[in-house]
Design a protein around this ligand. Structure first.
Ligand code: DX5
Ligand code: ZN
Length: 218
């Protein structure tokens, strides 16, 4: 089953409540929350206060993508703000296993994110401990970038590893997702698709979201 997670980063920040309602009605399964600190990535976005602000407007589970240094320091804050998933970059975690346990200790589902160049091998010893792997299909930091095709074989490799071990782990893809780029990713075994500009950049969000979803399901 294909799930679409619109990224708030591309929404109109002056009317977030309305934006969130609109994508929920359009058929989103999760809301993707991009947190950037200006250190791990060359851009600053927003923190948990924005989650507090949108909570009254949506029942969608919040999928928090932390693009920050020292994630351990902020996990409690994002857990308390109501995250369903908290995903941390393997490149930002010195003690990845400890960070995963910390996320789990708050009753939140832990996920791990890999940049486009980071090999699957880096997470092979924590696969049993996580609920989700997020593979970046752009270099993190900005919305609206071009999809990096060379990540597609990595999706297939990860999907194979998960099946072989008989695990239940979502494979999420983030960056440059459109009704075209979703196709090879879904074929390779991805299940959750983040889309920012391809949804919030369009006047008619319902049509935009549904056309991405349909393309992924076909
Ligand atoms: C990039 C973020 C993405 C971004 C995706 O660093 O992690 O979630 O918002 O935006 P699009 O879909 O426009 O590439
Ligand atoms: Zn993201």
């Amino acid at each position: 089953m294909i799930k679409i997670a619109p990224s708030l980063l591309a929404a109109d920040f002056a009317k977030l409540g309305e934006e969130v309602r609109e994508v929920e009605a359009a058929g989103a399964t999760l809301l993707h929350i991009d947190v950037m600190d200006g250190h791990f990535v060359p851009n600053i976005s927003f923190g948990s206060l924005v989650m507090d602000a949108i909570k009254p407007y949506t029942n969608l589970p919040l999928d928090v993508h932390l693009m920050i240094e020292n994630p351990d320091q902020y996990i409690e804050q994002f857990a308390k703000a109501g995250a369903e998933y908290i995903t941390v970059h393997v490149e930002a975690c010195r003690h990845l296993h400890r960070t995963i346990q910390l996320i789990r200790s708050y009753g939140v589902k832990p996920g791990v994110v890999l940049n486009p160049h980071t090999p699957i091998e880096t997470i092979k010893h924590v696969l049993e401990d996580i609920d989700l792997v997020l593979l970046m299909t752009v270099n993190p930091g900005f919305g609206g970038q071009k999809f990096i095709d060379s990540v597609v074989p990595k999706i297939a490799e990860l999907s194979y590893m998960i099946k072989q071990r008989n695990l239940e782990i979502e494979i999420e893809i983030d960056g440059g997702i459109t009704a075209e780029t979703i196709v090879p990713c879904a074929e390779a075994g991805a299940t959750i698709f983040v889309a920012g500009s391809a949804i919030f950049g369009k006047e008619d969000r319902q049509t935009a979201l549904q056309s991405i979803l349909k393309a992924g399901e076909d």
